[in-house]
Design a protein around this ligand. Structure first.
Ligand code: PLP
Length: 404
């Protein structure tokens, strides 16, 4: 008899965003006269910048001509894109990363989820708590996490690293040494960042213990403060212990176009084996390259005009973040994030649980956010709002919350 992968059954029943969606649909059906504002799911709302649209059109036209038509893209990405990324994202910041260490993909979610495949099943994993769910769930599916303890809301074999107000939502070095350490900065959901000196401690720790840091920098473009590293490779020694994930989704509104990349330095060697070569093999076997048209659009993100336009877009979202943070603070909420990240992390009032606050906001302000407990036990009594709405609805949502 054919068997299923029973590890999937260890995943708790309802996915956070489907539960939110269901609650909101039910509320809207019962109250059709209410205008519900969604500041929950982290999708962007602003259209693609004109310079990127121009590049897309040009690439589409190339596809219509036999001379310039392109078929399968190189597995690891076109050189025009890998070169410009190496130059602008890394060399310009003093990071020693070459184009051939960059793997183009259709987004960071797949890469963050798939990377665990190239590591042995016996490796222990550590994640921030609260955390972007993909890191844990992909390891659950692979069978690396043990069973789910419903009481503690944790998997038995995962090392959870609490991120609380006491450590500025950036974890302490764990006592029990993990093999694979997932770090995400700027962080989803807390909006926190890790300053360079603290990140350097993590790099030193990983090198000392032979651990690998899987560093998710999907929100790098939102960093505004000078002492916050944009890449883990700004830290000394990261080339021997770190893999970095990047995304064009929030940087340039590519959530629907799909483009991202992963960096694996040549000097990351485990058991005498190059991790770069393993990922190249995996990519070549299971992935057939991001579309040419989209890679050309990605290249336009790095053009002078393209950069100006996306900076304006990021500025727009960050102004929303400011409106949310300031409005909530004036209303007496305790708020963090929203400075180097498009996420605002607020403490629920009056000891409400995250889901109680979700219902309270939906019913009384008709505003939808994301319950912090959906990101892990230390997210309980917290709530995430995103700055990705349009200006008008962001202002209205905060107005409604202030009037509560
Ligand atoms: N990493 C983090 C921390 C995210 O929040 C997201 C998207 O929400 C992703 C990765 C996924 O990015 P992509 O759209 O490139 O798959």
């Amino acid at each position: 008899m054919t068997r299923i992968n029973r590890n999937y059954l260890k995943l708790p029943g309802s996915y956070l965003f489907s539960t939110i969606g269901k609650k909101v649909r039910e509320y809207e059906a019962a109250h059709p006269e209410k205008k519900v504002i969604r500041l929950g799911i982290g999708d962007v709302t602003q259209p693609i910048a004109p310079e990127i649209i121009k590049a897309l059109h040009q690439a589409v036209d190339e596809m219509a001509d036999e001379e310039t038509f392109r078929g399968y893209a190189p597995d690891l990405g076109y050189e025009f894109l890998r070169n410009v990324i190496a130059e602008k994202d890394f060399k310009a910041r003093g990071c020693e990363i070459s184009a051939e260490e960059i793997f183009i993909s259709d987004g960071a979610k797949c890469d963050c989820g798939n990377i665990q495949e190239i590591f042995g099943m016996e490796n222990s994993i550590a994640v921030q708590d609260p955390v972007y769910p993909v890191y844990v769930d992909s390891n659950v599916m692979a069978g690396r996490t043990g069973s789910f303890d419903a009481g503690r809301q944790q998997y038995k074999d995962v090392i959870y690293m609490p991120c609380t107000v006491c450590n500025d939502f950036a974890p302490e070095l764990p006592g029990e040494v993990p093999d694979l350490i997932y770090l995400c900065f700027p962080n989803n959901p807390t909006g926190a960042v890790m300053k360079k000196d603290r990140l350097q401690e993590w790099v030193d720790y990983a090198n000392e213990h032979g651990s690998v840091i899987l560093y998710d920098a999907a929100y790098e473009a939102y960093i505004h403060e000078a002492d916050v590293p944009h890449s883990i490779y700004e830290c000394e020694g990261a080339r021997t212990c770190a893999i970095e994930f990047r995304s064009f989704s929030k940087t340039a509104g590519f959530t629907g176009l799909r483009l991202g990349f992963t960096v694996i330095p040549r000097s990351l060697v485990l058991d005498g084996v190059s991790v770069h070569d393993l990922w190249a093999r995996r990519h070549g076997t299971k992935y057939n390259g991001a579309p040419y048209i989209i890679q050309r659009a990605g290249e336009a993100v790095y053009s002078v005009e393209g950069r100006k336009q996306i900076e304006k877009q990021i500025g727009y979202y960050m102004e929303n973040a400011g409106i949310i943070s300031e409005g909530l603070k004036e209303a007496g909420y305790s708020v963090s994030g929203g400075v180097n990240a498009p996420y605002i992390w607020l403490k629920t009032p009056d000891q409400m649980t995250s889901w109680e606050f979700f219902d309270f906001l939906l019913e009384n302000a008709n505003v939808v956010g994301t319950p912090g407990s959906g990101f892990g036990p230390h997210g309980e009594h917290y709530f995430r709002l995103t700055a990705f709405g349009n200006r008008e609805s962001t202002i209205e949502a905060i107005d409604r919350i202030r009037k509560l």
